[in-house]
Design a binder for this molecule. Structure first.
Ligand SMILES: NC(=O)c1ccc[n+]([C@@H]2O[C@H](COP(=O)([O-])OP(=O)(O)OC[C@H]3O[C@@H](n4cnc5c(N)ncnc54)[C@H](O)[C@@H]3O)[C@@H](O)[C@H]2O)c1
Length: 258
């Protein structure tokens, strides 16, 4: 049976750990060639070396997605190593959580630079090649924060709502060029980011238990469960899914909390 991502040359940002790394592992097993980007050079090098040793076609570069020139150069490197990207996963993202009036201008800027402008920098760098090739896929890793609000997490949900807006906008702009742009909205996922979130509470163990209780199934997602949904969205198994968002949260955002 042919692999589900045969012929896919995929750029993944924020690929050194968490959901990005889980996607790299799942995509490689399905025959994709990967170009991995992360700002954490040592961690990225370690993981890219490990994935290559397991037999995958993997190249990588250290870059910050907020630096448009560095990203343009990274995509040129992708072209010369794995070939012109026909898929991009905008996964790199950061939590910036505050009570609104306590937020500094610098933190507002940092939140939007990474969570929104970074995804645009990467999209802008791959779109001309996709247009020339007559098709491609962009997948933006959004969040349930893209359509629901948890108090005191401002302005992260504002940026994720905007990322969903960009998903729809670019999906419409480039549909006639054979390019699909979608979002995937995880709920809580067991990654370093989730651990840091719990550690920000006075009682991290109680905070973690509280998070689990919010979920109808009593648990949060693994990064692998998110990666498997992403696999479907970047594959050619959903060629008419465009400008939309797949929620992968175990029912969290549907459950009514009294
Ligand atoms: N973990 C969750 O519970 C959860 C839930 C919903 C959505 N998400 C989203 O999923 C995505 C991945 O989250 P994760 O939990 O795997 O995060 P993570 O913190 O485990 O990993 C994120 C990676 O992105 C990299 N990164 C951050 N900023 C960067 C930048 N400016 N340039 C290049 N690389 C950068 C980091 O170095 C890190 O390796 C994010 O967009 C996040 O908002 C996560």
């Amino acid at each position: 049976m042919s692999k589900r991502l045969a012929g896919k040359r995929i750029v993944i940002t924020g690929a050194a750990q968490g959901i990005g790394l889980a996607m790299a592992e799942v995509f490689l097993k399905e025959g994709a060639s990967l170009f991995l980007i992360d700002r954490d050079g040592p961690l990225l090098d370690r993981e890219a070396t490990r994935l290559k040793a397991e037999g995958g076609t993997v190249a990588s570069t250290t870059a910050d997605i907020t630096d448009a020139d560095a990203i343009a150069e990274a995509i040129r490197q992708a072209e010369s190593t794995i070939g012109r990207p026909n898929a991009l996963v905008n996964n790199a993202g950061i939590n910036v959580f505050s009570e609104p009036l306590a937020l500094s201008d610098a933190d507002w800027q940092r939140c939007f630079d990474v969570n929104l402008k970074g995804a645009w920098n990467c999209s802008r760098a791959v779109l001309p090649g996709m247009i020339e090739e007559g098709g491609g896929v962009i997948l933006n890793i959004a969040s349930t924060h893209a359509f629901t609000i948890i108090p005191h997490t401002f302005p992260y949900p504002v940026a994720k709502h905007a990322l969903l807006g960009m998903t729809k906008s670019l999906g419409i702009e480039y549909a006639s060029r054979g390019i699909r742009v979608n979002a995937l909205a995880p709920g809580y996922v067991l990654t370093q980011k989730a651990v840091e979130y719990w550690n920000s509470f006075p009682d991290p163990v109680a905070a973690e238990a509280e998070t689990m209780k919010l979920h109808p199934g009593g648990r949060i997602a693994t990064a692998d469960e998110i990666a498997r949904a992403a696999l479907f969205l970047v594959s050619d198994e959903c060629t008419f899914i465009n400008a939309t968002c797949l929620t992968v949260d175990g029912g969290l955002s549907v459950l009514h909390h009294p």
